[in-house]
Design a protein around this ligand. Sequence first.
Ligand code: SF4
Length: 64
Amino acid sequence: MRIKADFDLCESNAICVGMAPDFFDLDDDDYLVILQEEIPADRVEELRQVAANCPKSALSVEED
Ligand code: SF4
């Protein structure tokens, strides 16, 4: 499974960064950076929760 982001929807409020800082970061210009797209099997549910908590619905967990 992979995490995908719609960068046009993201408003850089860093909620995902706070929930999973090894997957998400903001760069110096406050743009979202995906640190790793591939999700280990034991973290898929956690990343689904992160996606569900994005207030802009900018994140999704998708099949490879
Ligand atoms: S939680 Fe959503 S809107 Fe906020 S930084 Fe992450 S992807 Fe962007």
